[in-house]
Design a protein around this ligand. Structure first.
Ligand code: CMP
Length: 139
């Protein structure tokens, strides 16, 4: 299992607020190399599949509606210890609990509209990256 890759999405709230450039800048300035990048959107079916692991949670339906409400940016990032380091860079799921200077502290609106997604394990990074990108789209 690779330990030097993670997957991220810039979510509809941050895209709509015009934060794509600032977030990608912060990501690259913190030593992550972008090896795949896509500006796209999720249908409700695709958002439901992506977040299927949360299907029993009370917030699942709203999360799926939110994640399919507008365009997103999907990316695969490379760096040593990528999953853990990226989760530090984005901060806690709930932006009110995210450390100062983290991406969610700077750009997120709420626990649901929390600006970015970051994979929670090497295994999920691989699964989530492959959800969006073929081998021909990774460089
Ligand atoms: P993410 O890191 O993409 O993983 C699951 C997402 O579910 C999370 O970010 C939030 O957008 C959302 N989420 C997690 N917990 C809650 C909650 N308590 N209420 C609403 N949305 C949540």
């Amino acid at each position: 299992m690779e330990t030097n890759k993670t997957f991220t999405m810039i979510k509809p709230d941050a895209v709509a607020a015009g934060h794509i450039g600032a977030i990608l800048d912060k990501i690259t300035k913190n030593g992550f190399k972008i090896i795949a990048l896509k500006y796209t959107s999720l249908s409700t079916d695709k958002a439901g599949q992506f977040y299927a692991v949360h299907s029993e949670r009370p917030f699942y339906k709203n999360l799926v509606a939110f994640m399919s409400s507008g365009p997103i940016v999907a990316a695969i990032l490379e760096k040593d210890n990528a999953v853990e380091d990226f989760r530090k860079l984005i901060g806690a799921t709930d932006p009110s609990k995210a450390d100062m200077g983290t991406i969610r502290n700077l750009f997120a609106k709420s626990i649901e509209a929390n600006a970015v997604h970051g994979s929670d394990s090497d295994e999920n990074a691989q699964i989530e990256g492959s959800f969006f990108f073929s081998a021909f789209e990774k460089f």
